[in-house]
Design a protein around this ligand. Structure first.
Ligand code: FPP
Ligand code: MG
Length: 326
């Protein structure tokens, strides 16, 4: 079965065009602005969302260059959201590099996120007036913000349920991944059934992606992860694995978990306690099973599409999202 790199190879020319578009559309004539912007735009991401736009477009029969513009647009929304997310999370490392606010402070980071949004708007307004992308992306950005606000609001709520959390991540992560697929589909077809199938596919792999993202925070070495390991735990952030672990805990363990999630407690002891709970209650496998359920739903949705190599690549991407280790 092809791995992620082989899928990337399949659409290498398209991804090259997307990179060129990203460079062309984000360049600033002011050298510091350009340096700070390129630090994040060329930050070494997987380009999952552009891949999804291109494959979704191809799966619906579209081969033109408009997919490259939309792929660049969704990637810029994603990069902007991560820049702001790293301010919210006070994260120091992203994709193996210092975050913007570590390098240049919160003000620069917030403004670079805003700059990228301005570029997104500019790229969108230069497109056709009847283009659905404007509305889709406005709704998507709103939902991402809503997801992050609810997550921040609920950050101290230990009684948050798995379902409540899954709803939050379907907004903060699932919406943009779904929109990437919807936009690609619109390029190739007007068949609402196919467009809806790709939207569902994106929404489902988006949720799977974030569950795995949450898990990797606890299980992967920081060199591989490209960000601070145990970052969520250090911050006292309630993420999917912690919510799962807590659901199995007895009252004494719940009290201790609540105590170690206080960012001021001894970090090493917190990590050791959480790891012991993960072992005892098989938290890792549980999270992967839930993520796989979402990936399987995503693959079923693809049955509405014609059997093409792009559809096969999308099926493989759904598996990759669960099996990835970085
Ligand atoms: C990463 O989550 C963050 C997101 C998936 C969404 C961030 C959204 C916003 C900041 C809302 C504003 C949106 C825009 C478009 C500016 P994480 O912290 O769980 O993942 P991480 O471990 O990679 O940091
Ligand atoms: Mg974060």
């Amino acid at each position: 079965m092809p791995n992620f790199d082989q899928i990337v190879q399949l659409i290498a020319d398209d991804l090259g065009a997307v990179e060129a578009k990203l460079t062309e559309q984000t360049a600033s004539e002011y050298s510091f602005v350009d340096m700070a912007v390129q630090h994040v735009v060329k930050g070494g991401g997987k380009r999952l969302r552009p891949i999804l736009v291109v494959l979704s477009a191809k799966a619906c029969g579209y081969e033109g260059s408009d997919a490259h513009t939309l792929a660049a647009v969704v990637e810029l929304i994603h990069v902007a959201s991560l820049v702001h997310d790293d301010v919210l999370d006070e994260a120091s490392i992203r994709r193996g590099r210092e975050t913007l606010q570590t390098k240049w402070g919160n003000k620069v980071a917030v403004l670079v996120g805003d700059y990228l949004h301005a570029r997104v708007l500019s790229m969108l307004v230069s497109r056709r007036a009847e283009d659905p992308a404007m509305e889709i992306l406005a709704d998507t950005t709103q939902a991402m913000c809503e997801g992050e606000v609810i997550h921040a609001y609920k950050s101290g709520d230990f009684d948050i349920t798995e379902d409540e959390y899954l709803k939050i991540i379907s907004f903060k992560t699932g919406k943009l991944i779904a929109a990437s697929c919807t936009l690609g589909a619109h390029l190739g077809t007007t068949d609402e059934r196919q467009i809806a199938a790709l939207t569902t596919y994106g929404q489902q792999i988006g949720t799977a992606f974030q569950i795995v993202d949450d898990l990797l925070d606890f299980v992967v070495a920081p060199e591989k992860l490209g960000k601070n390991a145990f970052g969520d735990l250090r911050e006292g952030k309630l993420t999917f694995p912690i919510i799962v672990a807590r659901s199995y805990c007895d009252d004494a363990e719940k009290d201790k978990l609540e105590h170690v999630l206080n960012p001021h407690t001894d970090e090493a002891a917190a990590i050791a306690f959480v790891q012991s709970l993960f072992q005892r209650y098989d938290v890792g496998p549980h999270c992967l099973t839930v993520a796989q359920t979402y990936a399987d739903r995503a693959k079923s949705a693809l049955q509405a599409l014609p059997d093409t190599s792009a559809r096969t690549a999308l099926e493989q991407l759904a598996n990759y999202v669960v099996s990835r280790d970085s």
